[in-house]
Ligand binder design. Structure first.
Ligand code: 13P
Length: 250
């Protein structure tokens, strides 16, 4: 099967509806569908409807939420339910981004619940895992990543993993300008695949790499066949730059 890469843009807390509209219009004008790639956009919740409506004629573009609650409704002030996300036309959700884990105290168990809730609603969870600098320096990368993967395996049965996408985002590489080397990334991607197959997951779960990806390093990262795409923060915020980056082949 020819390789189909996923280029995912996580805008984090940037681009409200006005900026999101300007970005999307420009990005649509600069790109066209290509058989060998998918383009995913994760706007802030308030911009989901606008972006999803704008890209509805482009089957190569998928829109997703940056976070959800696992309950479908209820007294959870400030939270976003999966059915609300699907109502906007979005078809994916990030689960367990490191900023959610480390800045907002999201636990492994909650990440598993979020992934399961997305699958129940027939949308794709993009499950993020990754170690901190202290964990890497302490030789605990493998232990941490396996623990994070296992927590999702506890809530998502093996047969459902055909509908899951993962991202390896080492915390020390996010927004720091430090990128994992292609070898570092490939090694952890292989570790994740081993852990999944050890637990009965048979197909190839796509795994993206994230952490200071930019136009200068994306090609050397994607040259490794262990990577199925990239999840990008800072370098995805400008439509011209992002269109250029996604135009660089794997
Ligand atoms: P940066 O690309 O800004 O390092 O962010 C990566 C990230 O967290 C994507 O989810």
């Amino acid at each position: 099967m020819p390789r189909r890469l996923i280029y995912a843009a996580n805008w984090k807390m940037n681009h409200g509806p006005t900026a999101a509209r300007a970005f999307t219009e420009r990005f649509l004008a600069l790109t066209s569908p290509a058989a060998d790639r998918e383009l995913w956009l994760f706007p802030p919740a308030v911009s989901l409807t606008m972006v999803a409506d704008a890209v509805c004629g482009r089957p190569d573009i998928r829109v997703g939420a940056q976070n959800v609650h696992w309950e479908p409704k209820g007294a959870f002030t400030g939270e976003l339910a999966v059915p609300m996300v699907t109502e906007t036309g979005a078809r994916a959700v990030l689960a367990g981004h490191s900023e959610r884990r480390h800045l907002f105290g999201e636990t492994d168990e909650q990440v598993g619940r979020k992934a399961a809730a997305a699958l129940k609603a027939q949308i794709t969870p993009l499950v993020c895992v990754g170690e901190t600098l202290a964990e890497r320096d302490g030789g605990r990368t493998e232990q941490v990543v396996v623990r994070q993967v296992d927590a999702v395996l506890e809530r998502v049965p093996a047969e459902d993993w055909a509908r899951v996408v993962m991202a390896y985002e080492p915390v020390w590489a996010i927004g720091t300008g430090k990128t994992a080397t292609p070898d570092d990334a490939a090694q952890v991607h292989s570790l994740i695949r081993f852990e999944l197959s050890r637990n009965g997951v048979t197909g190839r779960v796509p795994i993206l790499y994230g952490g200071s990806v930019n136009k200068g390093n994306v090609l050397s990262l994607l040259a490794r066949e262990e990577l199925d795409g990239v999840l990008v923060g800072g370098a995805s915020l400008d439509a011209d730059d992002w269109a250029e980056l996604v135009g660089l082949g794997g």
